[in-house]
Each structure stands twice: as structure tokens, then as C-alpha cells.
Write a protein that binds this ligand. Structure first.
Ligand SMILES: [Zn+2]
Length: 276
């Protein structure tokens, strides 16, 4: 009996040792993750700030004042801002980073960004005024309506997602896309959000701040954007990969700004009729 107790004791020590190693490793990974997140967050704040500033400049407003607000809303501090060319705004930001666990310490991540008239033209949700004319693009059956003001009769509810509505041509294409997706995965596309009225965009902007599209500019307001779940909301998932490979054939694309290298990565956001 004594021997078994000793063995059990030794086993407990070994288990405690392993737990200790795991804790040290995960603590290190958490610190690394926090540092990387801080860097990414700083860059996002800089990108969004520069875009906001360039948009303000184009509309005759205070570029750096607007930039400062956008940067602050994204948890960073504007350290430098200027107009460096025709319509181009350059910003520098700094964002506090707190590392957890035994690496507990504070630091700051810095990021630089610039934006202007030649910024990517797919940033609808961020830079509405730059691209607000897009709704009158080819095939738009919602032409003549304002963003977020499309009447019920011009919207079509998805057959497989109760309450989710899109511009009717976008809905028709999405139904076909869903058929192909169901054939591949055995289930329907999981639709989390689709058409957003102006009031709904105001609510989203209030809750997400500068990370949301300015009300009245989102492609959700044109009834030609969806936010998807079911695995598609994760970059690298089989479902996201399938969408990336197949959605374009149905007119649905994942805009560059929402990609892994974009200014606002959103794996879940897909649009109809805006892809090249
Ligand atoms: Zn979206």
C-alpha cells in the first residue's frame, strides 16, 4: 500500500510540473497575443483615422479633427496628423498595450497610415461619401431609393432565413448561392444580418463607434450585403474557403477592406454586385 501511495505522490508531482509548464507557456502565448492584438488595433485605429480624415477633407470638413475623433473611438491616441498631398491625410497613432501574466507590463504600439482620393475604392462601409453613388450601379432594382429607406415591396425575404431581406436581385442570387452551399455542406447559409434600415444603421453605429459604417452609407442599407455565420465568420474555415472560391460565380464577393489584409477584417461580411 505504501508503495502505491508513493507512486501516486510522484505522479501528482509530475502532473503539477506539467501544469506549471503549461501555465508558463500559455502565459507567454497570452502576452504574445496581447502584443500582436495591440499592434493590430493600433494599425486599425490609424487606418480608420486616416480614412475618416480623408473623407472629411473631401467634404470640406476638418480633416485632423475628424481623424482625432475616429482614432480615439478606436482606443488609440493621435500623435501626428497632417495633409501631405492633394487630399491625402497622414496620421500616426499610439495605443496602450497591457501584457498579462508574468510579462505584466505596459507598453505602447505605434502605427502610421495615410489615405486619400486614391485609397481603395471598396471601403464603402467606412468611407461612405467617397462611394455613395454605388447604389445606382448596374442591375440595381432599388434605384431611386435612399440608403436604409428601401420600401418593403422592393425587398425580398430569403426562403431559408426568416426575416432576412435583401434587394430582390441580390436575394435571388443569394438563393442560388445557398443551393450550392447546401449541396456542399448539407445545411443552409447562416444569415446573421442583411438589409439594415437607416434607424438600424444608427443603432449599429452607436454600439460600434467608428468601426461601423456611417449611417446611410452601409451596403447593408442598399440591401446588398449580408453578415454570415455557420463557420464563414472565421477566416481559414472550410466554410469561408468555400465562399471565397464559389460566391463570386453568383455575384457575391468578400470586399478587400474586409479581408485578412484589409483595414477592417470581417470574415462574415459579403456583398452582392460590388465585386470587380
Ligand atoms: Zn456587414
Amino acid at each position: 500500500m505504501k508503495r502505491r501511495t508513493e507512486e501516486r505522490g510522484a505522479g501528482t508531482v509530475l502532473v503539477l510540473g506539467i501544469i506549471g509548464v503549461v501555465l508558463v507557456l500559455t502565459g507567454g502565448l497570452a502576452a504574445l497575443g496581447a502584443a500582436l492584438n495591440g499592434r493590430g488595433a493600433a494599425q486599425s485605429a490609424a487606418d480608420l483615422g486616416a480614412l475618416a480624415g480623408a473623407t472629411a477633407l473631401r467634404n470640406g470638413l476638418d480633416a485632423c479633427g475628424t481623424t482625432a475623433v475616429a482614432v480615439a473611438r478606436n482606443g488609440a491616441e493621435l500623435t501626428s496628423c497632417g495633409v501631405v498631398g492633394a487630399g491625402v491625410v497622414r496620421v500616426e497613432v499610439r495605443r496602450e498595450v497591457t501584457l498579462p501574466g508574468q510579462w505584466s507590463s505596459r507598453g505602447a504600439a505605434h502605427a502610421v497610415a495615410r489615405a486619400g482620393p486614391r485609397a481603395p475604392d471598396t471601403l464603402d462601409e467606412l468611407a461612405g461619401p467617397l462611394t455613395a453613388g454605388r447604389a445606382s450601379g448596374p442591375g440595381s432594382v432599388a434605384r431611386g431609393y435612399r440608403n436604409g429607406r428601401i420600401p418593403d415591396r422592393a425587398l425580398c425575404e430569403l426562403s431559408f432565413a426568416a426575416g432576412q431581406r435583401l434587394r430582390c436581385d441580390a436575394a435571388g442570387a443569394f438563393e442560388h448561392l445557398n443551393g450550392a452551399y447546401r449541396a456542399a455542406f448539407g445545411r443552409d447559409l447562416a444569415v446573421r444580418d442583411s438589409y439594415r434600415s437607416y434607424e438600424e444603421q444608427v443603432a449599429v453605429a452607436a454600439s460600434r463607434g467608428a468601426l461601423a459604417a456611417p449611417p446611410g452609407t452601409s451596403n447593408h442599407g442598399w440591401g446588398q450585403a449580408v453578415d454570415l455565420g455557420g463557420g464563414i465568420q472565421y477566416f481559414g474555415s472550410a466554410e469561408h474557403g468555400w465562399m471565397a472560391a464559389n460566391a463570386r460565380a453568383y455575384g457575391w464577393t468578400h470586399p478587400a477592406w474586409a479581408g485578412t489584409g484589409g483595414v477592417k477584417p470581417e470574415a462574415w461580411h459579403w456583398e452582392y454586385g460590388t465585386g470587380g
